[in-house]
Ligand binder design. Structure first.
Ligand SMILES: Nc1ncnc2c1ncn2[C@@H]1O[C@H](COP(=O)(O)OP(=O)(O)OP(=O)(O)O)[C@@H](O)[C@H]1O
Ligand SMILES: [Mg+2]
Length: 391
């Protein structure tokens, strides 16, 4: 649906935009209503599906009269009114003017979202983007397992082979250097800087803030300065993912091993978590500890996929023993390939660019093709999660 927003407050326009865009609708106009302008002159030329107007107590009667005249000639437009006044007389006057619903001002996220969904149902119009991206995380069981290398190349394949619009978030906030795995230049994006602007984040700001690795593949890098990594919090990540998930087909997260609030939020938002390990005893011990921790945090085993990287057959630890130790199936084994991987890493290009026939590419392709289906939207709306995280 196309939506136009009108409010006296710039800040309120920004938060309305996030709410409306997160529901998958397009904000064609966000207009600030100054005291010296009448609403009728602002709304008369508008072409939209839904008009969301926030009015002040002082202007309310005048605004409702303007809406009355507008609705008479724009019968296809649904008007939602945000007002601090919600007593019976106001509601009646608004309804008589053709307002579909009167909502609280300032907007309450759950209330506005529910109203928008009712409008969609009534109009039988799909949101512009009916589904949310799948979010896939990579978590290293022990330093150097290969999580970042696999995550970046998995994202590259999703974007190149499957044509999925893919966002990569480097959430290894103190040490992350994922951008260098697939791009030659220095980082040009910083996820913490964007997180600080979360209240005004929309599709436009997002697009201007990401590092465009190539067509379909965008990245939000970790900050160059590790100190900045501490400034990002779980709520910011939650809201960032709300916007990212409606603007991309797939989201790939590279997580840090320490299970702090941001990592837990990322795990919470992930559809699938790949645990990357090697078939060496220290990795098995760490993987076991990590799986125990994930279970104690309430994550179901069905969300976890175990990937054994640099897999070499040896007499002491094989796949069956890893599965027995963890109580989870190993879904992928990946061979060591020093030469091709070193060339890719040292030149800042993907492994497909170095050698598209490398066996690592084949495994990553198999992983990626597992997501080549359309998927249903999540059962729990982001807004419930957002309210939950703030309650
Ligand atoms: N299958 C492989 N064959 C050869 N080299 C590999 C393979 N997988 C990863 N590497 C190399 O191993 C090194 C460590 O990989 P990477 O940085 O991805 O690990 P990580 O798990 O992200 O580590 P950290 O926990 O420090 O973030 C890199 O130089 C990477 O290129
Ligand atoms: Mg890493």
């Amino acid at each position: 649906m196309k939506a136009v927003l009108i409010s006296g407050s710039e800040a309120q326009l920004a938060s309305l935009r996030v709410l409306v865009e997160t529901e998958g609708h397009e904000v064609t106009n966000a207009l600030q209503h100054h005291a010296d302008t009448t609403l009728s002159t602002m709304i008369e030329p508008l072409d939209t599906d839904v008009l969301i107007v926030e009015c002040t107590e002082a202007q309310q009667a005048q605004d409702i009269a303007a809406i009355d005249a507008f609705v008479a000639t724009h019968t296809q437009v649904v008007v939602l009114l945000l007002s601090t006044q919600r007593e019976a007389a106001t509601l009646l006057a608004a309804m008589q003017a053709g307002v579909r619903e009167v909502l609280s001002s300032p907007a309450i996220a759950t209330e506005l979202t529910a109203a928008l969904r009712r409008v969609v149902l009534r109009k039988k119009l799909p949101p512009l983007k009916a589904t949310r991206a799948k979010t896939i995380s990579f978590l290293s069981c022990k330093g150097g397992s290969g999580a970042t290398f696999l995550a970046t190349n998995f994202a590259d394949i999703l974007a190149k082979d499957l044509g999925k619009k893919t966002a990569f978030l480097d959430l290894d906030l103190q040490c992350g250097d994922a951008a260098y795995y697939v791009s030659p230049g220095p980082n040009r994006s910083d996820i913490t800087e964007l997180a600080r602007q979360i209240d005004r984040l929309d599709a436009k700001l997002l697009s201007a803030s990401v590092l465009h690795i190539h067509n379909n593949f965008d990245m939000l890098s970790a900050p160059e300065d590790p100190e900045s990594g501490y400034t990002m919090n779980a709520t910011q990540l939650d809201r960032l993912l709300d916007v990212i998930e409606v603007n991309y087909d797939m989201v790939v997260l590279d997580l840090e091993r320490l299970l702090g609030p941001v990592t837990i939020q990322a795990l919470d938002r992930s559809d699938v978590v790949y645990l990357v390990m090697e078939n060496l005893l220290p990795f098995v011990r760490s993987a076991k500890r990590l799986v125990t921790k994930l279970r104690s945090l309430g994550y179901d085993d069905s969300k976890i996929r175990v990937v054994v990287n640099r897999y070499e057959k040896n007499d002491t630890i094989d796949v069956a023993q890893i599965e027995k130790a963890l109580g989870i199936k190993v879904t992928h084994t990946i061979r060591s390939s020093f030469q091709d991987v070193a060339q890719a890493i040292n030149t800042g290009v993907s492994i497909t660019a170095v050698n598209p026939h490398n066996s690592i590419v084949q495994v990553l392709r198999d992983m990626a093709h597992g997501y080549d289906t359309s998927h249903a939207p999540r059962t729990m709306s982001w807004i419930n999660r957002f309210m939950g995280s703030n309650s």
